[in-house]
Design a protein around this ligand. Structure first.
Ligand code: 5AD
Ligand code: SF4
Length: 466
């Protein structure tokens, strides 16, 4: 009688369940998928069992990503068998990497689409399609879909899609296509509307964010399309300047830059622009120039360390994080020792470390010489992790006794009585306090592990002291 069914949904309302794998780009694509589905009248449900539409947004960056996803797909298969009118959809990089083969390998899948084709899911769902459909072209930015943000005060802004690099280990250029930058005026407009919605922290996303803008036209295609208040083509550093000017945006982050494009103007933006945070993620991949060359990273150890020196000179307190691959084909003990040396020299605040895995269609997957046995990779990884942890712990000590601005994200995961937030350096802080999610508050830091900081909101600490 109240028009709701057993589970509390409006009767007749379709329900979806979406699982996301992979990077922040994928999480953002998923937010846009959710926004799109909700505008089509679908409601999210917490279990696959209840869903009329079971979706996966997949990743293919490493072998482990593939196998995690395939384990989940098994449940979708069973549920589809139980109720064949259910729709199973697979989007993202894994789907793109095998395209139509998705349907051969997993015949119960109804729709598959690459990361550039998120909007085509709506087309499929609203059509009377009776056969499975795959959408895998590259069309640049995938339409303007409303995002349903996980946290209302944090937003993602996709500034470019695709990647023009040719890193020999990486599947991304083949799953996300050539680099296409979005026009600056459009980005400024989007951030203005995010700010109006209550977003305070924006993370700019791109496969190689700081090569942003190089593909944009130098002159406007037609006078009629003159954007308001922004030129047609700007560099990444200039884009940071334009976005910093948007009222209401307190923090700007970006990921990931490529060391080859980490120019002085970008580094200076961290000092000159109030909202640009003191954190730079600078993927190293290897500390050996020989391996970097085989990886086609286009910088060597010296140039990487020069970038780091420039960062330290301009933004001495910045936190630096990185990605490192262990066990690339041909990596000798000497090459690995050089990686350890660079890591020791830089002193990262944290690092993501990966064991090399060959990816379909990549150049490195074809290398047959100098393959590193798995136990050797694991052993090297162990040594690297130990060093990374030690550095992270040592670096974190510099925050002890300081008062840091924290953006409150919600309750602490370990102790619901406490709060959890993030500093401008991108450190997670668990703290005692009264601030609400979305607020910026000052927290006095009293303890630091390699992973997290802890402390107390300054107002509370003061009250207690007096
Ligand atoms: N094997 C292992 N790690 C990889 N990465 C990318 N491709 C591979 C691969 N084939 C790592 C890189 C990259 C991060 C996102 O994933 O370090 O920066
Ligand atoms: Fe992201 Fe790369 Fe995984 Fe695609 S393959 S989801 S771009 S990490």
């Amino acid at each position: 009688p109240d028009g709701l069914d057993d589970a509390g949904y409006a009767s007749g309302m379709k329900r979806y369940h979406l699982t996301t794998f992979g990077c922040q780009m994928n999480e953002h694509d998923s937010e846009r998928m959710k926004g799109m589905l909700e505008s089509l009248g679908y409601a999210e449900t917490p279990t696959r069992e209840q869903a009329d539409l079971i979706l996966f947004n997949t990743c293919s960056i490493r072998e482990s990503a593939d196998s995690r996803f395939i384990a989940h797909l098994g449940e979708a298969k069973r549920l589809k068998r139980e109720r064949p009118e259910r729709v199973v959809g697979v989007g993202g990089c894994w789907a793109q990497s095998i395209k139509e083969e998705v349907f051969e390998r997993f015949p119960f899948v109804d729709v598959a689409f690459g990361p550039g084709q998120v909007h085509r899911l709506a087309e499929f769902l609203t059509s009377d399609a009776i056969t499975a459909q795959g959408y895998f072209e590259f069309e640049g930015f995938t339409g303007h879909l409303p995002a349903r943000r996980t946290r209302p005060f944090q937003g993602w802004l996709q500034i470019s899609v695709g990647c023009n690099c040719a890193c020999s280990y990486c599947i991304v250029p083949s799953t996300r296509g050539r680099e296409v930058s979005r026009p600056p005026a459009e980005l400024v407009e989007e951030v203005r509307s995010m700010a109006a919605d209550g977003v305070r922290e924006v993370t700019l996303l791109g496969q190689n964010v700081n090569s942003y803008g190089r593909d944009l036209p130098t002159r406007r295609p037609s006078a009629g399309s003159a954007p308001q208040g922004a030129p047609d083509r700007v560099s990444f550093a200039e884009l940071l300047g334009l976005l910093d000017g948007v009222e209401g945006i307190e923090r700007i982050r970006y990921t990931s830059p490529h060391p080859k494009d980490m120019r002085e103007d970008v580094i200076r933006a961290h000092v000159e622009l109030q909202s640009v945070c003191e954190h730079i993620h600078l993927p190293l991949q290897s500390g050996s120039s020989r391996i970097l060359k085989a990886m086609r990273r286009t910088y060597d150890r010296r140039r990487y360390l020069d970038r780091v020196a420039l960062i330290r000179e301009h933004v001495p307190d910045a936190s630096l994080t990185t990605d490192i691959i262990v066990g690339f084909p041909g990596e000798t003990e000497e090459d690995f020792a050089q990686t350890m040396e660079v890591v020791g020299e830089v002193g990262y605040d944290s690092a993501f470390t990966f064991i090399f895995s060959p990816r379909r269609g990549t150049e490195a997957a074809g290398l047959t010489d100098g393959l590193i046995p798995h136990p050797v990779k694991v052993e090297r990884m162990g040594r690297l992790l130990e060093l990374v942890q030690r550095d992270a712990l040592a670096r974190a000590q510099r925050f002890l006794g300081r008062t840091l601005e924290v953006l409150v994200e919600g309750p602490s995961r370990t102790d619901p009585e406490r709060l959890r937030g993030r500093t401008r350096h991108n450190k997670v802080v668990n703290f005692g306090g009264l601030a609400a999610p979305g607020e910026l508050t000052d927290v006095q830091i009293t303890a630091a592990t390699s992973q997290t900081l802890s402390g107390e909101e300054r107002l509370l600490a003061r009250a207690r002291a007096s």
